[in-house]
Design a protein around this ligand. Sequence first.
Ligand code: FAD
Length: 407
Amino acid sequence: MENSFDAIVIGGSANGSQVANVIASKGHKVAVIEEHPTTGLPEHCSGLFSYYGLERLDCMPPSDIIFNDDIYGSRIVSPNGKILTVKKPNKHAIVCDRAAFDRFLLDRAIQNGCEVFQPYRAVDATRKDGKVIVNIRNSDGDITQLTTSLLISAEGIRGEIATQLGIPEASNQRLVNAAQFYMNGLNEVDPQLVEVYQSQQWATNFFAWVIPMSDDSAKVGLGTSNKHASKELEKMISTHPVLKERCDGAEIRRKTAGRIPISGPIKRSYADNLLLTGDVAGQTKPTTGGGVILGGIAAQIAGNVASDSIKNNQFQAQHLKKYEKLWKKEIHSNLKKMQLVRNYMNRLSDNEVNQFFSRLETKGVLKDIEELGHVDNQGVLVKKFMRTLSLYPFYIKTSVKLIKSMI
Ligand SMILES: Cc1cc2nc3c(=O)[nH]c(=O)nc-3n(C[C@H](O)[C@H](O)[C@H](O)COP(=O)(O)OP(=O)(O)OC[C@H]3O[C@@H](n4cnc5c(N)ncnc54)[C@H](O)[C@@H]3O)c2cc1C
């Protein structure tokens, strides 16, 4: 086994595969280290991706792993059960098999020449003489030593290796716990509309969702800052006025779980011999928890910067900081606006959210949401909301919470 690589990527999930694919396709020697034996498992995602994002990343999945390619918008459910429907004129998103999507992305990188160590866990990484030495361990406990000039952490929220190499924030993000059930036999699901349930009582500091795979099957999930997301979801399914109706008589086929970073981008995503991309860098939308499209944009930028660094043999932080400049230019202001929205929403009581819903409905703001709402570029709508005079009485009433969210 040849143990020296131009670049090594920790993590063979969506963003690790994106970055590895760019580096491999430019002819460099790159390896991905993935600890789980089957790529994509355990599953930790709803697989809801926008057409815009998939096209931008040039990674539209094959049709046999798409459950539903027909999402036009959403039904937003207020804490008191009022439903607002927002539907765009064109198809906006797909729902796919996320585990299969990860395999599709990793296979593509492999076809371009990427090597994969799997199942191998990166246990530690240290800098030595301008290189990084990475120890990886297989399931028998055997250790193999790999060397590279450039390590890319796409290791998700645990962030252990990035922390070892001097970015402690990577393993210290604010997270919500999430549970998701695959359910069959649901009632009155509109296969074109995702359902979003906003409520502090039911889904503290996040929200719950029904993501349709057909007109009677869906991924039903919930994120919460409380500990036991799965129990909270079971409780919500059996007691929430709207969700209970949806799920009455339905069957839970499979349960999945995961954690979602909601604190926004970390302060620094590079160091000597190191780049961070995806959840580990907080490139995840604090509003919805989506991390595949924006993370993928950053991952592809990381791949290009890595390739330049390899060509020029420049791996010091002063050269790698170009990565941060480039990804921030693309997605940072968008992420920061979403972070503000998440902070604000998490401070509002259910009563206040009910009042906000009434304003959205009565003041015709729904039209703006339909026009400007974009699952990946929510910043535009946030800007519009900040300038919508009819919402000002609400902002003034909750001004202390709004100001606290900003700072
Ligand atoms: C319930 C839920 C629903 C979601 N739904 C959506 C959605 O619909 N759309 C969307 O865009 N996003 C969604 N997300 C978020 C999305 O799943 C993440 O943002 C995305 O997976 C981040 O990808 P990543 O490659 O950065 O990290 P991860 O997917 O976390 O991958 C990190 C990989 O690194 C590996 N790894 C970690 N440490 C090591 C190590 N030391 N050695 C070897 N391997 C290691 C892990 O095994 C893993 O495979 C959801 C998240 C949850 C929890």
